[in-house]
Design a binder for this molecule. Structure first.
Ligand code: DOR
Ligand code: ZN
Length: 346
């Protein structure tokens, strides 16, 4: 018996589309199922001004398939030099939806990120005033903090003090990976929320490290131990609107991943909805999937949900390609390591 699931068209609240040949190669993968996505600004050089965001948006729209209605929601990359007026006018005009905070050195192309968080005070106060959300890569970068502890330490040392200095700022904790992140994200409804990736709901650190090093599972924040994955799954399927989908789909050419110093990033745009339907189904929570993928994100960002729907159909295991070809080289698709039975059919 076939089973259908109809959902309000989902959005991706954290996506890397890159630029140039990579953008051309991956744009359609997100546009196929998603209505909108928050586009990460960590290009080289980063998207720090409204003019750069406008130009980048143009390149994204040009890379979409003809007749696509996919909407890129642009972000600006915060630096210690960000001009509050430029930020505010980009937000007021509707060009830019949010600003992204990268601690300097935390991840791919974050060299221009913030070292001294106090310097952001005027920008953050302005963002709070105009209701512009801040998306945060929440990991400290101190060499003396173990990489598996960096998210929890960031909450204590940086995020909580920052939020006390600017209590009205709306903050999205991006790609949370720990029980500590889950607990903190629900502590201020409407002001604080968190995105959860597809891959962090499926893999734990053993997938990266046990039985051989698997670079295509390496991303930042790095996947944690199984207890944290289970806590993430509980959070995503809880129906609490402070948790919603941000895939953090982050394509790198295979040659850059399969290297002595491989890049961080998991590319999951192509099969994310099949992966999520599978794990929500296995968790007995299919009725909670639409909130997570399609309703809670717009609610936090004060946008209407997408007006149309997608249909997923359950059947025999689906074969996704192992990789997609792009002009920047092949990009390996996230392999969930479990059979996927749900396919987006409409
Ligand atoms: O794994 C990651 N890849 N984490 C990030 O924060 C950045 C991303 C990228 O841009 O490749
Ligand atoms: Zn990211």
């Amino acid at each position: 018996m076939t089973q259908n699931l109809i959902l309000t068209r989902p959005d991706d609240w954290h996506l890397h589309l890159r630029d140039g040949a990579m953008l051309e190669g991956v744009a359609a993968e997100s546009a196929r199922n998603f209505g909108r996505a928050i586009i990460m600004p960590n290009l080289v050089p980063p998207v720090v001004t409204a003019a750069q965001a406008l130009a980048y948006k143009g390149r994204i729209l040009a890379a979409l398939p003809k007749n696509s209605t996919f909407q890129p929601l642009m972000t600006l990359y915060l630096t210690e030099q960000t001009d509050p007026d430029d930020l505010a006018s980009a937000h007021a005009s509707g060009l830019v939806t949010a600003a992204k905070l990268y601690p300097a050195g935390a991840t791919t192309n974050s060299e221009s990120g913030v070292q001294n968080f106090n310097k952001l005070q005027p920008v953050l106060e302005r963002m709070a005033e105009i209701g512009m959300p801040m998306c945060v890569h929440g990991e400290v970068t101190d060499a003396d903090v173990d990489i598996f502890d960096r998210e929890a330490v960031f909450i204590d040392r940086i995020l909580d003090p920052l939020r006390r200095r600017v209590p009205n700022l709306k903050v999205v904790m991006e790609h949370i990976t720990t029980a500590e992140g889950i607990a903190y994200a629900k502590s201020a409804p409407g002001k604080l929320a968190a995105t959860i990736t597809t891959h962090h709901l499926i893999i734990n650190r053993n997938h990266i490290l046990a039985g051989g090093l698997r670079p295509h599972y390496y991303c930042l924040p790095v996947a944690k131990r199984e207890t944290h994955r289970l806590a993430l799954l509980d959070a995503a399927t809880s129906g609490n609107p402070c948790y919603f989908l941000g895939t953090d789909s982050a394509p790198h050419a295979d040659s850059a991943k399969e290297s002595a110093c491989g890049c961080a990033g998991v590319f999951s745009a192509t099969n994310t909805m099949s992966c999520l339907a599978e794990i929500f189904d296995r968790a007995g929570a299919l009725d909670r999937l639409e909130g997570f993928t399609s309703l809670f994100g717009p609610k936090f960002y004060e946008l209407a949900p997408n007006p149309d729907q997608i249909t997923l159909t359950k059947g025999a295991p689906i074969k996704f390609p192992s990789h997609i070809d792009t002009g920047a080289g092949p990009v390996t698709l996230f392999n969930p390591g479990i059979d996927l039975h749900w396919m987006v059919t409409d």
